[in-house]
Design a protein around this ligand. Sequence first.
Ligand code: PEP
Length: 251
Amino acid sequence: MLVAGNWKMNTDIKAAVELASAVVEAVGDSGKVGVAVCPPYISLSSVNDVLSGSKSKIKLGAQTMHHQEKGAFTGEVSASMLVSVGCSYVILGHSERRQYFGETDQGVNNKIFMALSCGLTPIVCVGETLSEREGGNEQSVVESQVQEALQDVEIEKASQLVVAYEPVWAIGTGLTATPEQAQEMHAFIRTLLVEQYDNIGNKIHILYGGSMKPANALELMQNKDVDGGLIGGASLKAPDFAAIVEAAKSV
Ligand code: PEP
């Protein structure tokens, strides 16, 4: 089980430090559940100080990165920079990056290679829009997202991957996939991962994301192929985030 918080473009440095401290306190011992927080770039260093100065096992993640090693890419941040500030995870291909910043499956694929080569665990986001689901195309959309994002990613690196199924219609909307919808898609993603990586595909964490909150976390995570959550809104409230971690611990 893995529970990761995506803080998006929220919190200045002071607020990020306060939130990180509150999360450390509220989560306490996370047991076998992996936990990560992904603040904005400018707060990574300060949040890393909070995490590494505590007894907590909570890891640090970033929300995106550039696929090149270094160079003339004004405003961008590389994978090795993220490692140097203490990151273990990086979210790649979030639907907001795809929608507002033109991120493509090919671009996500490039970023996965760079993240893995630097030792970062990519959290690769996939998911269909409402019209794609209404048109009955949700599986074909997710299939091509998974296959293109993971194209040529070797089996030796596969155990470092995390996939997040985030139906776009459920992100930040208060709408959540039903446990049945989530399990159905997670099982489908699992078959794709097993086709590509044999038994290692069974071990790759598949997170659900999309309005997960304390009230629905358990019923979602109890499903066989739901291995945790990627949490947006509820990760900004330490007690809610901690309650989701508690739910993951109980599965
Ligand atoms: C997200 O953006 O990854 C997300 C799941 O957001 P929310 O929980 O707010 O729907």
